[in-house]
Design a protein. Sequence first.
Length: 177
Amino acid sequence: MMRGWRWVLGLMAVTAAASVLAAAFLVLRVENLRTWSGVRIPRILWVNTVVLLCSSATLELARRKLQIDSLRGFRQLWALTTVLGLVFVGGQVIAWRQLAAQGVYLTSRLASSFFYVFTALHAVHLFGGICALLYVGLRKFETARVSRATAVEVTSYYWHFMDGLWLFLLVLLYFGL
């Protein structure tokens, strides 16, 4: 029974880590109010946000296809979700390159450090979600110990959680930088 709750513990750990980083960001932001040198958020982050929200929509459509036993429709929408996730991570790389072209690096200033740390950690965790999407999309579940429906459900919880976390981080960065 405990084995089925490991993913919940994982999400709790990610939440705790993000909360600690967000608290550190806010405390340092307030303490350095007069000397804070912000970072302009690259516009591509807004496009990335739309891509990520679209990926949640395609994931939910894929889940519905699986519920009505449309395996072909499920696989197509699941693959589209995976591609959208990869597009998001690619967009993050573009954002980092845009900042670097402006001379804004990880160690340039406190604001840029938080920007890079938040977005990189989110991208790493989202890449973990992409791996889960690939696993579910490519796995043959006929002989698996877990059903496709269960794997889809757990993966979708994680994916939606990453979407929600991204929205939180974007708001934090937008108003805090």
